[in-house]
Design a protein around this ligand. Structure first.
Ligand code: AHR
Length: 628
C-alpha cells in the first residue's frame, strides 16, 4: 500500500543520502487540495543532476504540470551527477512505495538494471534520455540520432564545399543520447561531405569543462578549427569563451537544447555567440500527463513519444524568443468539426483490415469527419487521393505510405495549402522533415530484432548451420526495410544462422505461398526456418510447406510479424512457432493527434506504439482477448 503524503514533498538530499521531509504548504507544490484531501497517486522523479540548464528546465516543466493536478504528490530527487547516488535515489523511491517512476538518465548502461527492476513492480517513464532495451512503460524525449543529423546538415551548409576541420564536444560518453548524437553527426558528415572531425572532447555536458579542455587543445594546434559541434548549449558557450579568450576570431559553433533563458541557446544565438541550436523539448509536461493516463490505466499508451526538435539560427530566433515558433506548423482554427482525409495503402493483409477498422471506429467515436479512400496498393493512386484531399481543403491529411520515397512533391503541395500531414503506420524518407507533422506507428527494426532474438535464443538446434528463407514485405516499404535490418542485426552476432534467400511476398497470402513453393522446390528439406515479414505471407508459406509434404512448425519453423487472429490460430495448432505484434490499432492516437492539431497544440514528431510477442503458449492464453 502506498503511503500517502498529505502535504509533504520529500526531497532526497544530494550526495548526503538522507531524506529531508519538508512540510510545504500547498502553494509550493501547486496543489489546491484542502487539508486531509486524499492523494490518489505518488510519483517519484529521479534526476541525474540539477546542474545542467536542460535538467533544471525539465524539473520546472514537470512542476508546472504537476500544479494542475490536485490528486498527485511528487517526490523529486537530484543525484548531482553521481550515478551511484541516482541508483540509490531510485531504490529509495521504490521503497517509499511510489506508484510510478519518472527518470531522466545520464549513465544508461549503469541505470538500466535498476530501472528494469522497478519496471517489474510499477510503471516507469524514461524522460529525455534513453535506457538500453525496452524495460520501461514509456520513453518521452528526442530522437538524438536525428539531432546529430540536423547538426551535421547545419555544419555542411555553413562550411560549404571546402574541406572543413571540425571539433566535436561530446556530453557524457556513457549516455545513450551523447552516443546517438555523435553517431548521427559523424555518419552524416561522412556521407554528405569531405569535412573532417579532427578532434573530440568529452566535457560531460558542462560549460567550464568544455572551456578548459578546448582552450588546452587549441593551444596545442597550429591552426584553429572551422567549426565546433557541441552536444549542448552549455558546452557551446564554453567553446565560445575558449575561442574568445584565445582571440581566435569567428569560428562557427553549433549547440543543442535551445533554452530561452540567460546563457540559454536562444540567447546565445541572439547574441551571435553561437550560430545554431536545436530546441530540444524536455518532455516534462507530457510526462506528467501520460503518468496520470498510465495510473488511470487508460488504453493505448504508446511505447515512445519522440518530440520534434526545431533548428534556430539568427534568421528565426526572434520567433522562438517570443514563443511564436514555427513549431505550430499548421494551426487549425477552432471550428465546428474536423475533416480528416485518410489515403489508405490497400487491403493487402489482416493487419491492414484491422488498421482501417480502427481508424473508422475512432473517427466515429471522436466525431471526426473521416474521408477514407483506398489506393489498392498503388502509390500513384495514393498520391492522386492526397491531391484530391488538398483540393477539397480537408483540415488534416493522414496516410500509410506504400513505399518510403517519392512523396516530396505532393507533401510540399499539402504544406503550401497549410494542411498538416500525419504519417500512419509507415514512415517516409524526405529531405525536409517539416513536410510531415507527426508519425504514429511501430518500431519495425525492433520487430525484426525480436523475431531473430526468439530464433537464436529459443530455437534449440543441434545443427551448426540453420538455414533460413526470408519472405519480405513490399519492396522499399518502411516495414520491409526495418524488419530486414533488425533481423540481420541479431543474426550478425549469430553467424550459424544463415539466410539462404530473401523473396518478396509483397505482404500478401498468395505471393507468400507462391514464393515459399519456389523456395521449397529449390531447397526442399535444407530449409530449417521461414521468417515472414507478416502473418499473411506466413500462412501462405504454411500451406505451401504442407502441400510439399512437410510439417510447418516442426520440420520447418515459421516466424511471422503482425500477430493477428490468423497467426493466433496457426500458433495454437503448432503450425506457426512465434509471432511479433505489429499494432494496427492506430485510430485513437491518430484522432487525438488530429484534434490536438486543430486546437494548435504541438504534437510529438513520432508516437511509437507498444507491442508484444507471442509464443504458442502465450497465444493460447491471449487468444480470447484478441478482436482482430
Ligand atoms: O506497415 C505494416 C505492414 O503492412 C504489416 O505488417 C503488413 O501486414 C501490412 O501489409
Amino acid at each position: 500500500m502506498t503511503k500517502r503524503f498529505r502535504y509533504g514533498t520529500v526531497i532526497i538530499g544530494t550526495g548526503i543520502g538522507f531524506i529531508l521531509l519538508f512540510m510545504l504548504n500547498n502553494s509550493m507544490i501547486g496543489s489546491k487540495a484542502e487539508e486531509g484531501e486524499k492523494i490518489d497517486y505518488v510519483i517519484g522523479v529521479s534526476q541525474p543532476n540539477l546542474l545542467e540548464p536542460w535538467q533544471v528546465l525539465m524539473n520546472e516543466d514537470l512542476k508546472k504540470e504537476v500544479e494542475k493536478h490536485d490528486n498527485i504528490r511528487v517526490i523529486y530527487t537530484d543525484a548531482a551527477q553521481s550515478t551511484e547516488q541516482q541508483i540509490e535515489d531510485i531504490q529509495t523511491l521504490k521503497d517509499y512505495g511510489i506508484d510510478l517512476l519518472i527518470v531522466s538518465i545520464d549513465n544508461s548502461s549503469a541505470l538500466t538494471p535498476i530501472i528494469s527492476e522497478v519496471y517489474k513492480k510499477i510503471p516507469v517513464i524514461v524522460l529525455g534520455r534513453g535506457v538500453e532495451g525496452y524495460n520501461y512503460t514509456l520513453y518521452i524525449g528526442s530522437d538524438h540520432y536525428f539531432i546529430g543529423e540536423m547538426a551535421a546538415e547545419a555544419a555542411i551548409s555553413f562550411l560549404g564545399d571546402k574541406e572543413g576541420k571540425i571539433i566535436e564536444i561530446q556530453g557524457l560518453t556513457s549516455a545513450v543520447q551523447a552516443e546517438e548524437r555523435s553517431k548521427g553527426f559523424r555518419e552524416t558528415i561522412f556521407d554528405l561531405s569531405k569535412h573532417k572531425i579532427t578532434d573530440t572532447i568529452a566535457a560531460n555536458w558542462q560549460r567550464d569543462k568544455a572551456e578548459d579542455m578546448l582552450k588546452e587543445l587549441l593551444q596545442q594546434r597550429s591552426t584553429p578549427p572551422d567549426l565546433i559541434y557541441a552536444h549542448n548549449d552549455a558546452m557551446a558557450l564554453g567553446a565560445y569563451k575558449a575561442i574568445e579568450s584565445l582571440k581566435l576570431g569567428d569560428i562557427a559553433i553549433i549547440g543543442s537544447d535551445g533554452i530561452n533563458k540567460e546563457n540559454g541557446g536562444l540567447q546565445l544565438v541572439k547574441e551571435k555567440k553561437i550560430n545554431t541550436t536545436f530546441i530540444t523539448p524536455t518532455g516534462g509536461k507530457e510526462a506528467v500527463q501520460y503518468a496520470i493516463d498510465i495510473l488511470k490505466q487508460k488504453a493505448e499508451i504508446p511505447k515512445k513519444i519522440i518530440l520534434r526538435n526545431h533548428k534556430v539560427t539568427a534568421k528565426n530566433v526572434n520567433n522562438y524568443l517570443h514563443e511564436k515558433g514555427e513549431w505550430t506548423i499548421q494551426q487549425l482554427k477552432e471550428d465546428m468539426d474536423l475533416t480528416l482525409g485518410f489515403a489508405q495503402v490497400g487491403n493487402e493483409s489482416e493487419f491492414r483490415a484491422a488498421n482501417t477498422d480502427s481508424i473508422v471506429a475512432a473517427a466515429e467515436k471522436e466525431g471526426v469527419n473521416l474521408i477514407l479512400k483506398n489506393a489498392n496498393n498503388n502509390k500513384e493512386k495514393q498520391i492522386e487521393i492526397i491531391r484530391g484531399f488538398i483540393k477539397q481543403g480537408v483540415d488534416v491529411i493522414a496516410f500509410s505510405p506504400k513505399v518510403e520515397d517519392g512523396w516530396e512533391e505532393v507533401l510540399q503541395e499539402a504544406k503550401n495549402a497549410g494542411i498538416p500531414v500525419i504519417l500512419s503506420d509507415r514512415e517516409i524518407k524526405v529531405k525536409d522533415p517539416l513536410l510531415w507533422t507527426s508519425f504514429i506507428g511501430s518500431d519495425f527494426v525492433e520487430e525484426g530484432r525480436r523475431a531473430a532474438r526468439w530464433l537464436v535464443n529459443e530455437h534449440n538446434t543441434v545443427k551448426d548451420k540453420v538455414q533460413i528463407i526470408e519472405l519480405e514485405g513490399t519492396g522499399n516499404s518502411a516495414p520491409a526495410i526495418g524488419r530486414k535490418q533488425g533481423f540481420q542485426e541479431v543474426l550478425y552476432d549469430n553467424p550459424n544462422y544463415h539466410i539462404m534467400e530473401s523473396l518478396s511476398g509483397d505482404f500478401t497470402f498468395a505471393k507468400g505461398k507462391e514464393m515459399m513453393h519456389k523456395a521449397l522446390v529449390r531447397y526442399g528439406r535444407e530449409i530449417d526456418v521461414v521468417y515472414a515479414h507478416n502473418d499473411d505471407m506466413a500462412i501462405g508459406a504454411i500451406e505451401a510447406i504442407e502441400e510439399f509434404g512437410l510439417r510447418p512448425g516442426t520440420d520447418i519453423k515459421v516466424i511471422s510479424i503482425d500477430a493477428t487472429k490468423k497467426a493466433f490460430n496457426a500458433l495454437s495448432t503448432g503450425k506457426l512457432n512465434f509471432s511479433v505484434e505489429c499494432n494496427p490499432l492506430l485510430g485513437p492516437q491518430l484522432m487525438k493527434a488530429a484534434k490536438d492539431l486543430k486546437i494548435g497544440k504541438e504534437i510529438p514528431m513520432k508516437i511509437i506504439t507498444a507491442e508484444r510477442t507471442f509464443t504458442q503458449e502465450e497465444a493460447k492464453k491471449e487468444m480470447k482477448k484478441r478482436n482482430y
